[in-house]
Ligand binder design. Structure first.
Ligand code: FPP
Ligand code: MG
Length: 320
């Protein structure tokens, strides 16, 4: 992402890369396989954390950077495990660890990244409040994924879909914003408002992600099209096309097959495009982004507020 122009932010982001690199340098093999993993992400979570941390009057870089790093490491660990669960072959344009090596190595590398995150937290004495917030975050990520796994190939209600994306995505973005506010000692109501901004942003982010799974460009997203459908994860575009589209019977039949082929994905994309599902999903994402903007506290630093608004624009317009 490229909205951070002030020097001090640029410094933070550059140092974040150094921290991340250092975090995966314990062992040569681990370093070799983790370096591509930690390169190439959008850094959305640490950026949100850092901007919220900077949005108050008490920003301390030394105190903030290890936690920003830990958040990106937890995210990367969760993606490594997610790729095993999804049987995904590509992430960020490169082969996943489960495809390149095997699921065993991928589980262990995910665990390693996860352990490194908590090492950084312990070494920097953030205290019980931060540890509790982080353990709650990981707990919710896991519950979201368990819910998703138990509902594979089943058509969720809107409520079930929202519950899942809240736990697996929105709660993470909200936690980053909350922690940023806490670390720079913002007032409680401001922390809550930032956390609400993160939740709405996260809901929109996941809806856009679910659209990109059908309509993204593989070269840009770095992931194969139709991955959700093939692994049985039924998302908002499909839920809507089933409700409102013609040919919903054909779509339903595809969803209940044991194996979904590339041509099934193509047919599904056509059915979704012919319904109003894309417009419906975009409108929902836009309305979450509008809520996110309204949740931004009025009294925070002006430049950070502008950046947080720009992130909201990015989330709705992103193609990767
Ligand atoms: C990507 O979503 C994955 C997640 C948002 C969360 C994954 C969480 C776990 C596997 C729980 C374990 C957590 C840890 C910390 C070890 P997606 O599948 O919708 O997006 P994608 O298309 O990028 O895969
Ligand atoms: Mg996935």
């Amino acid at each position: 992402m490229n909205f951070i122009s002030a020097t001090s932010y640029a410094d933070d982001l550059r140092d974040l890369e150094i921290f991340l690199e250092k975090a995966v340098s314990d062992d040569n093999f681990v370093k070799e396989i983790c370096t591509p993993l930690i390169s190439g992400g959008k850094r959305l979570r640490p950026i949100l954390f850092l901007l919220c941390a900077r949005s108050g009057k008490n920003y301390f870089k030394e105190k903030s950077l290890p936690l920003a790093t830990a958040l990106e490491l937890i995210h990367t660990a969760s993606l490594v495990h997610d790729d095993i669960l999804d049987g995904a072959k590509k992430r960020r344009g490169v082969e996943t660890l489960n495809a390149k090596f095997n699921a065993q190595i991928a589980v262990l590398v995910g665990d390693y990244l996860f352990a490194k995150a908590f090492q950084l937290v312990a070494e920097n004495n953030y205290g019980d409040r931060v540890s509790l917030i982080l353990s709650n975050l990981v707990k919710n990520l896991c519950i979201g994924e368990i819910m998703q796994d138990r509902a594979l190939f089943k058509i969720p209600t809107l409520n079930e879909y929202y519950n899942r994306i809240n736990l697996k995505t929105a709660f993470f973005l909200s936690t980053c914003c909350r922690l940023g506010g806490i670390i720079s000692e913002l007032k409680d109501f401001e922390v809550e408002n930032l956390a609400n901004y993160g939740t709405s942003l996260g809901l929109a982010f996941q809806i856009v992600d679910d659209l990109l799974d059908f309509f993204g460009e593989e070269k840009v997203t770095g992931k194969a099209l139709g991955g959700d459908l093939k692994s049985g994860v039924i998302t908002l575009p499909v839920i809507r096309a089933l409700q409102a589209g013609k040919n919903s019977e054909t779509l339903k039949k595809i969803l209940t097959q044991d194996k979904i082929s590339d041509s099934d994905v193509e047919t599904s994309i056509k059915i979704i495009s012919e319904s109003d599902a894309v417009e419906y999903c975009r409108n929902r994402a836009i309305s979450h982004i509008e809520c996110a903007r309204l949740d931004l506290p009025s009294d925070i630093q002006k430049s950070e507020k502008i950046y947080l608004e720009q992130i909201a624009n990015f989330v709705i317009n992103r193609n990767r």
